[in-house]
Design a protein around this ligand. Structure first.
Ligand SMILES: [Ca+2]
Length: 307
């Protein structure tokens, strides 16, 4: 069996580093590169932290690229500053200098180049907005054929969104943040024929990060990955936090613990519902993660991070 080729496009939030820390434990995948989309982060420290995590894994061969796209609805600054903290974690800075290469081109150009050069279609794992993917498709429309599927943390199908009505005045609360950041980009991807597998809020609502979970991870701190993951989670224990991106990523490692369900959907790009992933008859067909074996999911995290 050939290895599955994967390109990760993340947006630098705490959850995104945890996803990277999980993804890099999956020995059956070949990670071709990592793109950082400047959404839920400040991008320089997010790129730096990403490269340092690769170095920690001994995977300094994996290139990292900085996307230069912009969103329509920026994430609040208070969410974005965690990138600076993670970039200064002691475990990521024992050694001076960074080895994992920084791609000389923009993240979107890098994505297009990697996909064009891939020997077979590539799975895109996207844990942030779809803007970089949309930009890469605009740069190089032929890469659509090289994308096997997009596994995306995004959308809220039959539950409320997580864009706060008060912080984001004028919105109706139906949008999920990764769509809301750039609904036009999501719509661009919706208009392709690329198979889409969503990990929407409908299922991520089942995986809150509890204090008990974080403390259990701390009990196995003797493993460097548990120490690092525990540090990341400690930054978010004061707020309502979910394993949004981590659950999405776990699908690549343990698809058999999930069930999928098909939906017909459209992206609302304007007005008070912009960023809503609306279920409509004859809409764009997507698959969404529908159920997950929770014990198996948490067990998988504790197992993968025991190294
Ligand atoms: Ca993210």
């Amino acid at each position: 069996m050939t290895e599955e080729l994967v390109l990760l496009d993340h947006d630098g939030g705490v959850d995104d580093y945890l996803s990277l820390i999980l993804l890099m434990t999956m020995d059956h995948l070949r990670v071709l590169g990592i793109v950082v989309t400047p959404a839920d982060c400040y991008v320089k420290p997010a790129v730096s932290a990403t490269r340092k995590i690769l170095d920690l894994f001994g995977r300094s061969d994996v290139p990292v690229a900085e996307s230069t796209v912009r969103g329509l609805n920026p994430f609040p600054r208070i969410f974005r500053r965690d990138a600076f903290t993670v970039d200064h974690f002691p475990i990521l800075n024992e050694r001076e200098g960074i080895r994992a290469p920084l791609a000389p081109s923009s993240g979107q150009a890098f994505m297009a180049r990697v996909l064009r050069g891939a020997t077979e279609p590539v799975t895109l794992l996207a844990t942030g907005p779809l803007t970089t993917i949309a930009a890469a498709l605009d740069l190089a429309p032929d890469i659509e054929a090289k994308i096997k599927k997009i596994v995306w943390m995004g959308g809220a199908l039959n539950v409320p969104g997580n864009v706060n009505k008060i912080i984001e005045g004028g919105q109706d609360g139906s949008a999920e943040w990764n769509v809301y950041w750039d609904p036009v980009a999501a719509d661009r991807v919706w208009k392709t024929n690329i198979p889409l597998i969503l990990c929407p809020l409908d299922i991520t609502n089942l995986v809150p990060i509890t204090s008990g979970f974080v403390l259990k991870l701390c009990r196995q701190r003797r493993y460097p990955l548990s120490d690092l993951a525990g540090m990341c989670y400690s930054l978010v224990t004061h707020q309502d936090y979910y394993a949004w991106d981590v659950l999405t990523t776990a699908y690549l490692g343990q698809p058999e613990i999930f069930s999928l369900r098909g939906w017909e959907t459209t992206i609302v790009t304007e007005g008070a519902s912009q960023g809503r992933t609306m279920v409509v008859p004859r809409g764009r067909k997507v698959l969404a993660m529908d159920t997950v074996d929770l014990d198996a999911f948490y067990g998988y995290l504790f197992q993968q991070w025991s190294r």
